[in-house]
Design a protein around this ligand. Structure first.
Ligand code: FMN
Length: 196
């Protein structure tokens, strides 16, 4: 399990020539619907996107790697080939979804990320919260009924992502960086640093 978690990084470049099958994305949702969630209210709803034109439409509403100011995100041929968009059902009369749905969403998303990474072939993905308010319309979802929470992008990874100790960070910060060879490095705090 430790190896799986370590390999389950955020990947942002994929082999667009080898698409994630829609059936596989549905399997991920089938696992996510079984996850722990507040009071078992099961507020989350999932939209699977795998058609290439629909993927392009979702992609256009996303923002990638906020720390990379001069990278516009994955180029054509390295974009995700499938998405699971997580929404929460709103309360009565269009009230905001219950706050606990945020927690539920994280649990569902990480479950799908781990399942994708442990599959054969080993897919990978990235959770994205930076999406435009237009995305809900692009998906044709009723804004009165749903609140978009998170986009989970998936594909066959086409980049290397390495965990690093925080001390390896060039500027000593928590910001991920990419080296000249295109390897993405993710600095993490040590066990000692996170224990309180
Ligand atoms: C709730 C959440 C929202 C995120 N939103 C974005 C996003 O909008 N765009 C993006 O490129 N990455 C996004 N990420 C990925 C984080 O940047 C990534 O998890 C972090 O840099 C650590 O890298 P790691 O996942 O490989 O450990 C998000 C991650 C989480 C958990």
């Amino acid at each position: 399990m430790a190896n799986l978690v370590a390999s389950c990084r955020s990947f942002r470049r994929f082999d667009e020539g080898r698409r994630v099958p829609e059936g596989f994305l549905l399997e991920l949702v089938d696992m996510a619907r079984l996850c722990a969630n507040g009071a078992n209210r099961q507020l989350l709803r999932f939209r699977v996107v795998s058609d290439p034109a629909a993927c392009d439409a979702v992609f256009a509403e996303l923002a990638w790697a906020g720390y990379f100011k001069d990278w516009a995100g994955p180029a054509v041929r390295e974009r995700p080939t499938g998405y699971v968009v997580i929404a929460a059902e709103r309360g009565a009369a269009g009230k905001s979804a219950a706050p606990i749905a945020e927690v539920d969403c994280g649990i569902a998303a990480q479950t799908m990320m781990l399942a994708a990474r442990s599959a054969t072939p080993s897919y990978a993905g990235c959770m994205l919260r930076a999406f435009t308010p237009r995305l809900i319309d692009v998906l044709g979802l009723d804004v009165e009924r749903y609140e978009l929470k998170l986009v989970c992008a998936f594909g066959l990874p086409a980049e290397e992502v390495r965990l690093e100790p925080l001390s390896a960070s060039p500027d000593g910060s928590i910001k991920y960086w990419r080296d000249d060879a295109g390897v993405h490095h993710v600095p993490k705090r040590s066990l000692e640093d996170v224990l309180i």
